[in-house]
Design a protein around this ligand. Sequence first.
Ligand SMILES: Cc1ncc(COP(=O)(O)O)c(C=O)c1O
Length: 471
Amino acid sequence: MALHMAVEVVRDSSNSLTSQIQNFIKREIAEGILHPGTRLPSSRRLADDLDVSRSVVVEAYGQLVAEGYLEAVQGAGTRVVRHLGDDRSVVPALLDDREAAEPLDAPPAPVRWDLRPGGGNLPAFPRREWLGCYQRVLYRADSGDHDYPSLAGEPDLRLELAGYLGRLRGVRTTPAGLMVVAGFAQTLGLMCAVLPRIGIDALAIEDPGHPGQRQFVRESGLRAVPVPVDAEGIDVEALAASGARAVLVTPGHQFPTGVTLSPRRREALVRWARDVDGWIVEDDYDGGLWYERGARPLALQRTDPERVVYAGTASKSLAPGLRLGWLAAPVPLLDLLMRARARQDLGTETLTQLTFAELLRTGLFDRHLRRLNSLARSRRESLEEAVRRHLPGAAVLGRGAGLHAYLQLPRGTDEAALVARALRRSVLLRGAAAFHTGPGRGAPALVIGHAHLPRSGVGEAVRQVAAAAHG
Ligand SMILES: Cc1ncc(COP(=O)(O)O)c(C=O)c1O
C-alpha cells in the first residue's frame, strides 16, 4: 500500500532535515493530528515525496522508534504507537482525545435491554435488497449522476415517491410538487427559515411531542408554542386560542402518545388553518408502518394540499443514517423552501436517491414494509402480553403502528425513580416527562421502542421493569 504524508521541512534551515522530520512528527502526535496506530509511508516513499535522501528519513524514523513514538511492525511498516508510555509528554493530549471520542449519548454500561425509542434502535435494514438496487444504479450511472444533484431531488425518485405517497398515504401531489430532503429535520429547518419570511414568527407544537424538534424550533428563533394533546390528538381549540398561525403535527400516529387525530379534529384543524391564513406541517414520520387491523388513517394533507406541508422520512422505515426524507408543498411555498435550501446545502446525495427510487419501483420497499410491520406487530403483541402479565396496573396506549408504544403507568408511580431503578436492572428506559414541555404535565408513562427487540427479550425486559416498579 503506497501511503503519503504531509511533512513540513525547510531546506536551508540550520536544523538538519532529519531533526526537522523528527520534530514535525512528534508535534503532530502530541497535538493529536497523527493518531495512535496510524500507518506512516515507507522511508523510500516519504524520501521520494520530500525529495530528500532515503537515509534522512530512515534516521528520523529510527530515532522516533527508539524514543517510543513510532513502532516498526513486521510486514506492516512503521506506525504511530497505539499506547504511549507514561514518560511521554504527549500522553495527556492523547488521553483527552480518546475521552472526547466517546459518544455523548452512549447508554451507561452495562445495558442489556435498551427500550428507548428512535436512534439506532431499529429492526433489520434490508441490506441485500439495498445492495442489489445500489449495484444496478451504480452500473447504470452516467456522468450526470456524479454531478451536483438537482436541488428538488432526482426526477426518478420524485416520480416514484409521488406514486407511492398517493397509493399508500393518499397524499395529493405530483413529482413537481415534491422535494427530496435530508430527513424530516431538514423539512423542519426549511420551514423555520421560511415562516418568518411570510410573516409568521411562532410555530405551535404538540405537547407532549418530540423534545429535539421543540428545541430546534426555539433555536431557529421562532417561538415554540406548546398545545396539549389528548386522546383525539392535538386540541384545536387550544391551538386557536394560542394565536399561532403555523403548527407542527403528527396526525397519523401522534409522537409519542400514538393516538390518531380524530376525524372531527382533522376537520377542525384544517378549518383553523384557513381561518388564520396559516400553515400545517404534517410530520408523517412512520407513515408506512401500520399493523393494526382495519383502515389506516390517510394523510391530513389530502384534505387541503394548499395549507398542509406533508413531510415523510426514511428514518423509521429504513435507517436514520441515510438522511433521506421528502416533502410535498404547494408551488409558491415550495419555491421559497427551495430558495432556503439553496442557502443550506446543494441537494441530497444522488446514488442514495436513485437506490431508494429503485427500491420503490421494484416493489422491494413494499415487501420490506410488510416484513417490518409484521415484525413490529409481533413485538407489540409481546409487549401487550408482558404488560398484562407483569404490570397489571399499566396499559399500552395508542394505535398499532410505528416502532414505539406509549406505556401508561399506574397512577402515583414515580416515573423518574422507576427509570433509575430499571437501569440498575440493566434496562434503559425513557420516561414520558422528557416529551412534555413542563414538569408534572402528564400522567406517569414510558415511551418504549419495542420493534428492535428479540421476541423473548420484550417479555424479559418488561419483567425487569415490573421488578423495578415493585422496588
Ligand atoms: C416525531 C418524529 N418526527 C421525525 C422523525 C425523523 O426525523 P428525521 O427524518 O430527521 O430522522 C422522528 C425520528 O425519531 C420522530 O420521532
